[in-house]
Design a protein around this ligand. Structure first.
Ligand code: GRF
Length: 186
């Protein structure tokens, strides 16, 4: 399974996936390319340090569809079969979703369909929720929406702050994304 990973920032989920592919935890797979829409994304260095090709495709005032078409070409030219969104902060165009129909997955730091969108951990915290978590799901053209592949619960303790809750969820995200890709690769 040839993976292409889209990022916009830190890239810790991307790094977890690359490491799990390298160690064989995700079997019969290869990370063909990491693509960032931000030139200063910290994840670009993490990808290169791991020997993975990292490409920057900025929006540069183009339409969403034009930008996504260039990303799609970069993925297809490298034979990518599954597109993994890992902190990619841009909504994909309907054209891109159709082009890779059923072959795009995303991770989100809440138990979807609860708390889609930005700052999901803070949304859950502010709502006083006792159980939140993370979700890996197939991507459709709506934000943080599409069939769920795997979810993992995380308990919010009375002693938690938004920051500690976010850290606990992130640690679970890394393993959940690996587990979801093992499921899809197997
Ligand atoms: C993660 O919390 C992910 O669920 C969300 O954005 C964050 C990205 O973190 N979509 P990283 O770039 O993988 O470190």
């Amino acid at each position: 399974m040839k993976l292409g990973i889209l990022i916009s920032g830190r890239g810790s989920n991307m790094a977890a996936i690359v490491d799990a592919v390298a160690s064989g935890e995700i079997p019969d797979s290869e990370v063909a390319v990491v693509i960032s829409d931000k030139a200063d994304a910290a994840g670009i260095v993490k990808a290169k340090d791991r020997g993975v090709e990292a490409v920057v495709v900025e929006r540069r005032g183009r339409t969403r569809a034009e930008h996504d078409a260039e990303i799609g070409d970069a993925l297809e030219s490298r034979g990518v079969e599954l597109v993994c969104l890992a902190g990619y902060m841009r909504l994909l165009s309907p054209e891109f979703v159709r082009r890779f129909a059923g072959r795009i997955v995303n991770i989100h730091p809440s138990l979807l369909p609860a708390f889609p969108g930005l700052d999901a951990q803070k949304q859950a915290f502010d709502a006083g929720i006792k159980i939140t978590g993370c979700t890996v799901h197939y991507v459709d053209e709506f934000l943080d929406h599409g069939p769920v592949i795997l979810q993992k619960e995380v308990e919010r303790l009375d002693s938690d702050t938004v920051e500690t809750l976010t850290q606990k969820i992130l640690a679970e995200e890394h393993q959940l994304y690996i587990d979801a890709l093992k499921k899809l690769a197997g």
